[in-house]
Design a protein around this ligand. Structure first.
Ligand code: PMP
Ligand code: GLN
Length: 403
């Protein structure tokens, strides 16, 4: 990537985010956008009405630094209701400007210059930048695609998950390791970490006295009867884990940017210190609205999950018909495909041409990898869209790629 003349050395190499780039391409070309992860319809009307009411009711000035009390309470209730985690909303819950700010604040608050941060590779794009801004170094542990699609595609659809080599994870821990970032359900691969995998991570964190920051923004999008598990609840982890999530995905209001970081009071206090000087506060009227969302009945959360699971299945079928090898995600709203059965091997080039070739935008998974070669033939599609839109996009891909 070209050097930007005024950019600090810490941030050289971080150009425009892939999401902005691909969404701009979608607008320019009029292609159907299955790139950037956002739903194409609004979330529950009770939640948007609560925001309107808050604006009309004058909740428009700075909220308290840690977030309004009713949202902190709602986050604590949510963690108790769904995950059985007990939190003190006064000291153990911090409201942030989306999960992105919570992650950045955690990295800035917890890392010394030169510390190492472990993360499973590929990573969500803000991790590498957050680690760089904190003056730390990212150490990736590779998530390998399921074997069936690794080289060729005898079968076009695999439900096997991405996996990592436990020894590679063990070797990643060293005296410089400060923390591990764990994203489950994982973007972009759709992997949901199992209890056994989280136990191994926990064991290593305890053995090496390492902290953990988790990113659980897709906590309610876990499919096929699987359960979302929290690293914070594995043995020895409660006192060393910051759990991050946000309302963007769960309530389909990704532009509101209301997130949170929860954990033991001393860790939350550290994150709050950094957070104060990033945004201080954000989204005053959206805070009570997300609180209303978190208090919706279980039926809302179940319907949301079931809807997205059906969309996953719909797009999986279309992508397989178009000739992609499809790795069915266990969670999130993204499908990873391998383009080699289509006769291509460079996902970046493929995605740049796809709007013209098929009228569809997707994201090359390579950009999420430390070394792009590790994910070069992989392409990610977002399925949080209306069924008609998915069918239309699928048909365009079938028409363009199977001729
Ligand atoms: N983490 C992951 C894994 C994501 O996919 C996203 C995108 N929504 C974020 C964090 C950012 O979340 P937010 O919009 O709440 O900042
Ligand atoms: N999380 C979304 C994705 O992975 C995008 C968020 C963003 O644009 N930063 O596509």
């Amino acid at each position: 990537m070209a050097r930007l003349p005024h950019l600090s050395s810490r941030l050289q190499g971080f150009g425009t985010t892939i999401f902005a780039e691909m969404s701009a391409l979608a607008v320019q070309t009029g292609a159907l956008n299955l790139g950037q992860g956002f739903p194409d319809s609004d979330g529950p009307v009770e939640v948007s009405e609560a925001a309107v009411e808050a604006i009309r009711g004058g909740q428009n000035q700075y909220p308290p630094g840690p977030g309004i009390a009713s949202l902190r309470e709602a986050v604590a209730e949510h963690q108790q209701r769904f995950w059985g985690m007990t939190l003190d909303p006064e000291t153990e819950v911090l409201i942030t400007a989306g999960a992105t700010e919570a992650l950045a604040a955690a990295l800035l608050a917890l890392c010394e210059t030169g510390d190492e941060v472990i993360a499973f590779d590929p990573t969500y794009d803000s991790y590498a930048a957050g680690v760089a801004m904190a003056g730390a170094r990212l150490r990736g542990v590779l998530l390998r695609p399921p074997a069936a699609t690794a080289s060729d595609a005898g079968s076009r659809i695999t439900s096997e998950p991405f996996s990592f080599d436990p020894d590679e994870l063990r070797r990643a821990f060293n005296p410089k390791t400060r923390l591990i970032l764990v994203n489950t359900p994982h973007n972009p691969t759709g992997k949901v970490f199992t209890e056994a995998e989280l136990d191994l991570i926990a064991e290593l964190c305890v053995e090496h006295d390492v902290l953990a920051v988790t990113d659980e923004v897709y906590e309610h999008l876990v499919f096929d009867g699987r359960r979302h598990r929290l690293l914070a609840q594995r043995p020895g982890m409660a006192e060393r884990t910051i759990t991050v999530s946000s309302g963007g995905k769960t309530f389909s209001f990704t532009g509101w940017k209301v997130g949170w970081a929860v954990g033991p009071a001393p860790l939350v206090a550290a994150v709050r210190t950094a957070k104060q000087f990033l945004t201080y506060v954000n989204g005053a009227p959206f805070q009570p609205a997300i609180a209303a969302g978190l208090r919706l009945g279980d039926d809302y959360f179940e319907r949301f999950r079931a809807d997205l699971e059906a969309k996953r299945d719909l797009l999986t079928r279309q992508l397989a018909k178009a000739g992609f090898a499809v790795m069915v995600p266990e969670g999130t709203y993204f499908i990873t495909t391998d383009i080699r059965p289509l006769g291509f091997d460079d996902g970046i080039e493929f995605c740049l041409q796809l709007p013209e070739r098929a009228g569809v935008v997707a994201v090359p998974s390579a950009v999420f990898y430390q070394d792009q070669r590790d994910g070069l033939p992989l392409v990610r599609f977002c399925f949080a869209k209306a069924d008609d839109f998915l069918l239309d996009a699928g048909q365009r891909l079938i028409d363009a790629l199977t001729r």
